[in-house]
Design a protein around this ligand. Structure first.
Ligand code: IPD
Length: 324
C-alpha cells in the first residue's frame, strides 16, 4: 500500500468534508440543528454529520472499491458491525471516519470541531491519519515514518527537535492536560471521571491540606469537546497529555497516527500494567474489552521520558487515575 498516496487522498477527503462543515457552520448550507442519538441528549447528530459521512464514503468507494469503511454514523458499509467490534477479519485496508468530531461544538458553533480520517492496512496497522478543523483551517496529518504535520508545512511537535526536548515536562505539576467528560453519564463512569479530574487538579501530596486526596496538581486541565483535536494538541506540544474514558475508535484512530509520528504515545488505562503502547487499530479495539468501566485512554507526548510513565514522579498518580 502506498501510504503517501493514501494520505494525499485522505487530505483531499478532509478538505471536501471540511468545506461542507464550514459552510453549515457559517449558516450557508445545511442546518447545524442537532438531535439526540438513541435518546441520549449528550450524544448528538446533525444532518451535516450524515451528509459528510455519505460524501466521504462515496468518494472512498469510488477510488478504492476493495477497501472497508467504518464511519461513526453508518457503521460498516457492509452492514457487518460497528465501532469497537471491528476485527480486521477480512484483511483489507479499513478507513475509519468520524465526519464531525465534536458535534456538540459544531451545533453550538463553538469553533473546535473536526473531520477525522484514519486508515489501517490489511494487517490492522494504523498507517495514515488526518484531522481537519475547517473552522480554524488547521489540518493535522501523518503517515507512518513520514512525521506529523500542521497544514503540511509545520513539523510537529512545534517547536521540533532539541527545543521540543527542552520543553518536555519534568513532573505532572508542569503538565497541561486535555480531559473530556464524553457522552456517557452513567453514574459509575461519571464518578470515575470526576474523581480523576479532581486528582489531577488537587494539591500535590506534599502540601495537601485535606488529608485524603493526594492530587497531581497539574498546571491546568482543559475540556475542548473534541477528542481528535485533543490528540492533535498533544502531538502539537500544546497539551502534555489527554485523558478520557469511553472514546470510540473513530474519535482517536487518526489522532493516534499523528501523535505517534510526533513522538508521543497512545496508552490504555489498563495497558499501563502490561502492554502500554497501542500500535494498531485492533489493539485499540481489544483494549476496550479489558476494562470493566469502559475504555480509558491516555495520550502523552515525548513518550520515553514522560513523567506520567516515570516511576520516580508521576507514575503512581497516573496509575491511580487509570485504576479509579
Ligand atoms: C465526542 C467528542 C467528545 C468526546 C467523546 C466523543 P462526537 O465525539 O470527541 O469530546 O468526549 O468521547 O465521542 O460524538 O462529537 O463525534
Amino acid at each position: 500500500m502506498d501510504h503517501q498516496e493514501i494520505l494525499d487522498f485522505a487530505i483531499h477527503l478532509a478538505h471536501r468534508g471540511g468545506a461542507i462543515i464550514r459552510d453549515a457552520f457559517n449558516g450557508q448550507g445545511l442546518s447545524v440543528d442537532a438531535v439526540a442519538k438513541q435518546g441520549n441528549p449528550s450524544d448528538l447528530v446533525t444532518e451535516v454529520d450524515q451528509h459528510v459521512e455519505r460524501t466521504v464514503r462515496a468518494l472512498i468507494a469510488e477510488r478504492y472499491p476493495a477497501h472497508r469503511i467504518l464511519g461513526e454514523e453508518d457503521g460498516m458499509a457492509d452492514g457487518q458491525t460497528t465501532g469497537w467490534t471491528l476485527a480486521n477479519d477480512r484483511h483489507v485496508p479499513t478507513w475509519i471516519v468520524d465526519p464531525i468530531d465534536g458535534t456538540t461544538n459544531f451545533a453550538q458553533r463553538f469553533p473546535f470541531t473536526a473531520i477525522s480520517i484514519a486508515v489501517s492496512d490489511a494487517e490492522g496497522n494504523l498507517c495514515v491519519g488526518v484531522v481537519y478543523n475547517p473552522i480554524l483551517n488547521e489540518l493535522y496529518s501523518a503517515r507512518v515514518d513520514g512525521g506529523a504535520w500542521l497544514n503540511q508545512t509545520t513539523r510537529l511537535p512545534f517547536p521540533h527537535g532539541p527545543e521540543a526536548a527542552a520543553r518536555a515536562p519534568r513532573s505532572l505539576g508542569e503538565c497541561l492536560i486535555g480531559f473530556e467528560h464524553g457522552s456517557d453519564r452513567s453514574p459509575a463512569v461519571l464518578d470515575s471521571r470526576l474523581a480523576s479530574h479532581r486528582r489531577l487538579l488537587a494539591r500535590s501530596a506534599g502540601d495537601n491540606g485535606e488529608g485524603q486526596v493526594h492530587g497531581a496538581q497539574v498546571r491546568g486541565v482543559r475540556c475542548i469537546g473534541a477528542g481528535s483535536l485533543d490528540m492533535c494538541l498533544v502531538a502539537r506540544g500544546a497539551y502534555d497529555m489527554y485523558w478520557e474514558i469511553g472514546s470510540h475508535l473513530w474519535d482517536i484512530a487518526a489522532g493516534t497516527v499523528i501523535l505517534r509520528e510526533a513522538g508521543g504515545a497512545m496508552l490504555s488505562g489498563c495497558g499501563l500494567y502490561g502492554r502500554p503502547e497501542i500500535n494498531t487499530a485492533k489493539e485499540l479495539v481489544t483494549e476496550a474489552a479489558f476494562d470493566p468501566l469502559g475504555r480509558k485512554y491516555l495520550a502523552v507526548r515525548g513518550a520515553a521520558d514522560h513523567p506520567a510513565l516515570d516511576p520516580g514522579s508521576g507514575k503512581a498518580a497516573m496509575i491511580s487515575l487509570a485504576r479509579e
